[in-house]
Design a protein around this ligand. Sequence first.
Ligand SMILES: [Zn+2]
Ligand SMILES: [Zn+2]
Length: 88
Amino acid sequence: MNSTYTPSHLLCAVCGDPANEISYGVPSCSSCKSFFQSAQSPNAPPDPCIPDTCSDQCEFCRYQQCVTSGMRYPTERQLCQIVENMKL
Ligand SMILES: [Zn+2]
Ligand SMILES: [Zn+2]
């Protein structure tokens, strides 16, 4: 049995679509990556929604899904380590 775990076998931890990379610590598709990226803006995270009016497009619920899936913004210290690793 081939247990090799390559990115092509990964599914997005947020929405279950095929993931094309590891983003913010979890396998992620490009749309979830860009969503979480944009949610980092000064206006974010989005305001909590009202469950009765919540839809599939709800940004707050999608953001919560990202967080509960394990997505984390890298700390400044981690960013430094990433840069250090790239130098090697
Ligand atoms: Zn996704
Ligand atoms: Zn919602």
